[in-house]
Write a protein that binds this ligand. Structure first.
Ligand code: SAM
Length: 307
């Protein structure tokens, strides 16, 4: 990796367990008049459930499109987390900077790569804050920042940072499901997960604890269009998928892996979980953990913003 693209030479920066410590900001900032964000240091393994060590098939598909833009340049996977995208991109031989505020999440990324025999030789992992990317202007060919803007109180500042670090003609690629294309089935799954989630927050609401959400309604495209030119590409895809309540939803909720749970203290979390699980037992009887959703994941929309 070219050290000169960083604001500070990485050789002068502490590197712990193969992660360069490029920010000393806290893992999360929840109640500041300035910028707030929810880093996943405490969430860690709870986030991906049984898919933690797999290469997610949708991300594998997206990585092929990313490769077409990155070519032999550099990809920044901003808020790379446990590597759902970084690892498939590394597998295709791309040079990647994986940046996240959570060392724990990036340690899981390393585990995911090892498990799948993917070399991280061309990957540089950096603890960084997306609000203050430690990279010089116009240095990067492609940025992805999947599933993070909603966790930040001023996501437009992250978009500004992405714009700043991109080279002229560099691209910021966002991936979303194409609405209405998958054939979905699994009412029991939705009934059970809906009931559990509702009951969990019902219990906490009574003692004054609310879901923590920042920018779930951020108009990403609207804001990006003020800076970039926009093009949509459809990745056609037809992937059959079955998921049980106990696969991802339950481990994530149980380990406070939903970002909205970030302010729930351990004791109250356990009480609320017990309350919600008892409610599910009562309403659905034994076996709700294995209620499943089966769907054919449809096309993915890649929105390519060019600087
Ligand atoms: C929902 S996960 C998404 C991870 C990955 N991009 C994916 O698609 O699986 C959100 C990630 O954003 C990270 N994050 C939150 N706020 C951040 C910030 N200000 N700077 C860098 N990373 C941040 C969290 O630590 C977490 O790993």
């Amino acid at each position: 990796m070219i050290n000169s693209i960083f604001k500070t030479d990485p050789s002068k920066i502490e590197c712990i367990n193969s992660i360069y410590q490029m920010s000393d900001m806290p893992d999360k900032v929840l109640d500041s008049e300035d910028d707030c964000y929810i880093g996943y240091e405490e969430i860690g393994e709870g986030y991906s459930g049984i898919t933690r060590l797999t290469l997610p098939p949708d991300a594998v598909e997206c990585s092929k499109l990313i490769a077409e833009y990155v070519k032999d340049g550099i990809l920044l996977d901003l808020a790379c987390g446990d590597g759902a995208y970084t690892v498939p991109c590394a597998k295709l031989g791309m040079k990647v900077i994986g940046g996240d505020i959570s060392n724990k999440m990036m340690s899981l990324l390393i585990e995911r790569a090892e498990k799948n025999n993917v070399s991280l030789d061309k990957v540089m992992l950096c603890r960084m804050n997306a609000l203050d990317i430690p990279i010089n202007d116009e240095s990067i060919d492609c940025v992805i920042a999947n599933s993070v803007l909603h966790l930040i109180s001023h996501p437009e500042k992250v978009v500004d940072e992405i714009y700043r670090v991109l080279k002229k003609d560099g691209v910021f690629i966002c991936f979303d499901d194409a609405p209405g294309r998958g054939a979905y089935g699994g009412n029991q799954y939705y009934d059970a997960t809906g009931e559990i989630y509702r009951r969990y927050w019902e219990y906490l609401g009574k003692i004054g604890i609310k879901e923590k959400k920042y920018s779930w309604k951020f108009d990403r495209n609207g804001y990006c269009e003020t800076k970039f030119s926009k093009e949509e590409k459809l990745i056609s895809w037809n992937h059959k998928h079955v998921e049980k309540v106990e696969d991802i939803f339950l481990p994530r909720l149980s380990s406070r892996g939903f970002s909205a749970q970030t302010t729930v203290p351990e004791k109250e979390h356990k009480e609320a979980l017990q309350y919600a699980l008892e409610a599910a037992d009562k309403r659905f009887g034994e076996g709700w953990r294995r209620f499943s959703i089966s769907f054919t994941q449809g096309d993915i929309v890649a929105t390519v913003f060019t600087k």
